[in-house]
Design a protein around this ligand. Structure first.
Ligand code: AMP
Ligand code: GLY
Length: 427
């Protein structure tokens, strides 16, 4: 079967790496892909948001399955158009992708279905939001409703900060994403990510992870897309995962189906593990980046098989996918300046050497300049190690990192610290 993968980051390299292992694959295309993905796919120069061009390519090349990596094309309706043309696709339709595309939509769904989440209110203009603030304590969370590349969330410690955030959002700092704002109760607890696959009716768990969002060691400094992650997340015990399926994932799937917008694809739930149990912070309508770089190395089945079962609504009839109990941990190497303005063009070498002991180097933001691999984006590489414990996986990832030469890059040296400390305490 021919498969077309949409996207160009580390998440897509991890998906390509796993798709390429499927015996069902005859040809993998990636649009637009990256130099790492080029090792296992033919790159096609198409923009992920040029929906008609992608639909035409899938049709002309007789593509059997399209796998959509990033959220933007989903929110813009790529999956709908592919389905209209009879092309199988892994990823939700536009209406269902509102679970990521509109925070207010998701909060209303939670309210309707009784899904545990932070108390909230939605506002569509500044005066009403300013007045509505009085109903919340401090700190308080202010969110732009729409997609804002992970930047539309402010945790305000004071009323002045909250007012400033509201003025910013309604003032257009996040463009259309801030035309509506959600004010939320601040939840206390530890964060964890949970993945479930659903075909619109059945849903099955597909692993857990924790990431490090801040740029600096000890989880300090500005937010990023994620500087590293590990899977599984032991804080999400089997009992808690069962509770998340029962109280959050399954009611979501049911409510979406009943509303006439069945959700097909992966549901990536950002959770807060509070004293009152797990609560939903947000949904993503796609796999996580860099979480995919730790999920895929643990998945022992055939990814095409699994994604087809989702796309063809056969999820209830297949065996539950098996994830290895081995821990995977990934460390992101970023370009100096990230998450501000990253330095482009820095030379990278040593990737082959880094992979000699079983680590995997996923490309996130690289390019080739006259055969030399160079940095192209903020997050440049994600280096994944595996082991019997988080400490072992961490050691494997950093051993690989230390073989990479990337003078204009940096990484955190403490990815997984919380779990490594817990493992030590248990010994
Ligand atoms: P989101 O984009 O909704 O995931 O928010 C980004 C980050 O803000 C989350 O990963 C949390 O760390 C934090 N956050 C969002 N909502 C809340 C909340 N209600 N209480 C506490 N922290 C939150
Ligand atoms: N690592 C966070 C995300 O993919 O949204």
């Amino acid at each position: 079967m021919k498969v077309l993968l949409i996207g160009s980051g580390g998440r897509e390299h991890a998906l390509a790496w796993k798709l390429a292992q499927s015996p069902r694959l005859t040809k993998l295309y990636a649009a637009p892909g990256n130099p790492g993905i080029a090792a296992c796919a033919e790159l096609v120069d198409l923009d992920p948001t040029h929906i008609e061009a992608i639909v035409a390519f899938a049709r002309d090349e007789n593509v059997g399955l399209v796998v959509v990596g990033p959220e933007q094309p989903l929110v813009e309706g790529l999956a709908d158009r592919l389905r209209e043309d009879g092309v199988l696709v892994f990823g939700p339709n536009k209406a269902a992708a509102q679970l990521e595309g509109s925070k207010g939509f998701t909060k209303d769904l939670c309210a309707r279905a009784g899904i545990p989440t932070a108390a909230y209110a939605r506002f569509s203009n500044l005066p009403s939001a300013q007045a509505g603030l009085a109903g919340f304590g401090l700190p308080v969370v202010i969110k732009a409703d729409g997609l804002a590349a992970g930047k539309g969330v402010v945790i305000a410690q004071t009323e002045a900060e909250a007012q400033a955030a509201l003025r910013d959002m309604f003032g257009g700092s996040f463009g259309g994403a801030g035309a509506e704002v959600v004010i939320e109760e601040f939840l206390e607890g530890e964060e964890a990510s949970f993945f479930a696959l659903t075909d619109g009716r059945a849903a099955i768990p597909f692993g857990s992870a924790q990431d490090h969002k801040r740029v600096g060691e000890g989880d300090t400094g500005p937010n990023t897309g994620g500087m590293g992650a590990y899977s599984p997340a032991p804080v999400l015990t089997p009992a808690l995962q069962a509770q998340v399926m029962r109280e959050i994932i399954l009611p979501t799937v049911r409510t979406m189906a009943n509303a006439g917008m069945p959700y097909s694809g992966v549901l990536y739930a950002g959770l807060m593990l509070t004293a009152d149990g797990p609560k939903l912070i947000e949904y993503n309508a796609r796999f996580g980046d860099p979480e995919t770089q730790v999920l895929m190395p643990r998945f022992e089945g055939d990814l095409i098989e699994l994604m087809l079962a989702v796309a063809e609504e056969r999820l209830a009839n297949i065996p539950v996918p098996h994830l290895s109990p081995r821990v995977a941990l990934t460390v992101v190497m970023a370009a100096r300046g990230y998450p501000g303005t990253p330095e482009k063009g820095g030379d990278i070498s040593g990737i082959k050497m880094a992979e000699t002991d079983g680590a995997i180097v996923f490309h996130a933001g690289t390019a080739l300049r006259d055969d030399q691999l160079v940095a192209q984006g903020g997050r440049v590489l994600a280096v994944t190690g595996t082991g019997a414990s988080v400490a072992e996986a961490q050691a494997a990832a950093y051993a690989a990192i230390d073989r990479i030469t990337f003078p204009s890059g940096f990484c955190r040296r403490d990815i997984g610290w919380r779990e490594v400390a817990r493992e030590k305490a248990q010994r």
